[in-house]
Design a protein around this ligand. Structure first.
Ligand code: HEM
Length: 148
């Protein structure tokens, strides 16, 4: 798995031009490949989400919040969300971000902890900086709907 992720992504030389042109939403590299494809598609996204959930489960700053969560179901929703947001042909069927997280009193610190756990998962699979930053750039704006 790690090998194929690396191969898929390293082959794609994506410049900073895309970010500098101010593109938002689903990013497409000059190669024409979507971020979804450059990440390695659903198998790679699933591997990263699996690792992310392991990291969150071990993160004592925030793991208590997931004590009663149906983890397999949440994982499926996270994979679909990332897949759809990066240009894959998936449909996110989970709840909308704002009502889902409303009332949880999620702080900036909680959000940073969770992003750190995601970055650690991306780094474990050696996702290159370009793709990592594009993904974080897609998820970052959700903060306003999550942090209270
Ligand atoms: C960009 C950041 C985030 C994204 C994209 C995100 C996304 C999601 C998704 C897709 C689900 C599952 C939706 C569903 O089952 O319908 C979920 C559930 C959940 N999220 Fe987030 N989330 C983010 C940040 C956070 C943060 C910072 C916290 C708190 C530390 C948090 C706490 C939770 C909890 C506790 C659940 C489970 C709720 C339940 O058990 O029903 N989330 N999140």
């Amino acid at each position: 798995m790690q090998k194929s992720i690396r191969q898929t992504m390293i082959l794609t030389g994506v410049g900073l031009a895309l970010m500098m042109t101010g593109c938002s939403g689903v990013e497409t590299a000059p190669s024409g490949k979507s971020l979804y494809d450059r990440l390695g598609g659903k198998p790679a996204i699933t591997a990263v989400v699996d690792q992310f959930v392991v990291n969150v489960a071990n993160d004592t700053r925030i793991n208590g919040r997931f004590a009663t969560t149906d983890i397999p179901k949440m994982k499926g929703h996270l994979v679909d969300q990332v897949c759809m947001a990066t240009g894959g042909s998936c449909t996110y069927t989970g709840r909308a971000m704002r009502p889902l997280h409303a009332g949880m009193k999620i702080t900036d610190g909680d959000f940073s902890a969770l992003v750190g756990d995601l970055v650690a998962a991306l780094d474990k699979f050696k996702v290159p900086a370009q793709e990592k930053n594009e993904l974080l750039g897609i998820l970052g704006p959700l903060k306003k709907d999550i942090v209270e």
